[in-house]
Design a protein. Structure first.
Length: 99
């Protein structure tokens, strides 16, 4: 079930990234958030900048997450151990491999 949700989410990410769908997405943002079209387009560009096509989180985002966690819990654990505790991409990796 989770893999089906991941597959659907990935299709949504890819749909948003497809330039053929840009105007539809901008129109949706305009309507749903009561924004002017130019503001909606700016938001669309921002969404593209943070939304991956493969569902993976950027290394920078992971490092930021680790740093925030480190500050909150005052741990001396190595980053590699924190990554293991905070992120598990195994199901997503299976979906990306077609499993």
């Amino acid at each position: 079930m989770i893999k089906k949700v991941l597959r659907g989410t990935l299709k949504g990410f890819q749909y948003v990234h497809d330039p053929r769908n840009k105007q539809e997405i901008v129109n949706l943002i305009t309507k749903e958030f009561s924004l002017e079209p130019d503001v909606a387009e700016t938001n669309y560009k921002f969404i593209l900048s943070i939304l991956s096509t493969d569902g993976m989180i950027s290394r920078r985002a992971i490092e930021n997450g680790i740093e925030l966690t480190r500050q909150r819990i005052k741990t001396r654990e190595p980053n590699s151990e924190l990554v293991k505790k905070m992120y598990d991409f195994s199901l997503l990796e299976d979906v990306l491999r077609g499993k």
